[in-house]
Design a protein around this ligand. Structure first.
Ligand SMILES: [Zn+2]
Length: 301
């Protein structure tokens, strides 16, 4: 019985060469073949697993090299950006010092807005220069610092822009140009009155010239009076802002209206002899916050 079962499970493999001189018979059992098959499958499985791992390893290695290169590039760019920001900040400080402006940087730093400080950033940049990689945290903090610097720079830039605009407008408002050319017949200050009133204070500068000579605005401004006013005769008053105003008396004709904006050099009136005047001349006054000052101290020689 046992031998018949053995016979049932055994297999004969027959190899017949083409010349058929001799045949080779190989008798084996089914379990043995199954074991061989399984071994073969296991070998193939292990081999392909090892191969896949090797390929993956090579891919990871290549990606790692690329990442390292990218990281180094980021560091380089970060250091460059940091240097550029440092240069801008230095230039701003110099510019503010040159313009004698109060720097707001100290105030901004004092408020302690949080986030990375400049000292942190400087020390990080120093170590990064000798390091191949940067951590995500360091990168984040550096980027945060650069963003903060950029917004601070923008603030300073806006401050500078505002300052320059104010200075330009202040300069344009200063009455430094002569309203009319001519002979100075009476200066600012105490004088013997030409109308036998004794010593009186002359609030302006008298410039004589022919009647009808153009009177020009010495600075940008707005007309706040244009018409007759007592002893001034025909009078034009300009407001230049920043406390400056100018007056033009004894005019022959006013060419501007109240509320009108005038530019430096614009003709606003013609020289005349109206009001309390002894001969054709312009009575020119400069007032600072309503107080008459010596025009010769403002006029360019
Ligand atoms: Zn006068």
């Amino acid at each position: 019985m046992a031998s018949s079962t053995e016979k049932k499970h055994s297999i004969t493999l027959m190899l017949i060469p083409h010349n058929a001189a001799k045949t080779y018979c190989l008798q084996t059992s089914t379990p043995f073949l199954v074991i061989i098959g399984l071994l073969w499958l296991a070998t193939v499985g292990v081999a392909s697993y090892v191969l896949t791992q090797r390929v993956n390893y090579e891919m990871v290695k290549r990606a790692n090299i690329q990442l390292t290169e990218k990281n180094a590039y980021f560091i380089q760019e970060l250091v460059k950006s940091h240097d550029a920001f440092q240069r801008v900040a230095k230039m701003e400080d110099e510019l503010q010092a040159m313009l004698q402006m109060k720097s707001r940087k100290a105030v901004l730093e004092y408020t302690g807005e949080g986030g990375p400080t400049m000292a942190d950033q400087v020390s990080l940049m120093k170590t990064l220069k000798n390091r191949p990689a940067i951590t995500a945290n360091e990168f984040d903090s550096s980027l945060g610092y650069l963003r903060k610097s950029a917004s601070e720079n923008l603030e300073t830039y806006n401050e500078l822009k505002k300052y320059v605009a104010t200075q330009r407008s202040l300069l344009a408002s200063r009455p430094t140009a002569w309203p009319v050319r001519g002979w100075i017949t009476s200066r600012f200050g105490m004088r013997q009155s030409p109308f036998w009133d004794g010593l009186t204070f002359h609030q302006g500068l008298d410039i004589a010239n022919e009647e009808g000579t153009s009177v020009k605005a010495p600075a940008d401004g707005v007309v706040i009076y244009s018409g007759w006013q007592g002893s001034y005769g025909k009078l034009v008053v300009l407001d230049h802002g920043y406390g400056y105003s100018t007056r033009y008396g004894h005019l022959q004709r006013c060419l501007v209206n109240v509320g009108q904006r005038v530019k430096r050099g614009q003709v606003v009136a013609f020289l005349g002899d109206t009001g309390r005047s002894t001969a054709p001349h312009l009575h020119y006054e400069i007032r600072v916050h309503g107080v008459p000052v010596d025009p010769l101290k403002y006029l360019k020689q």
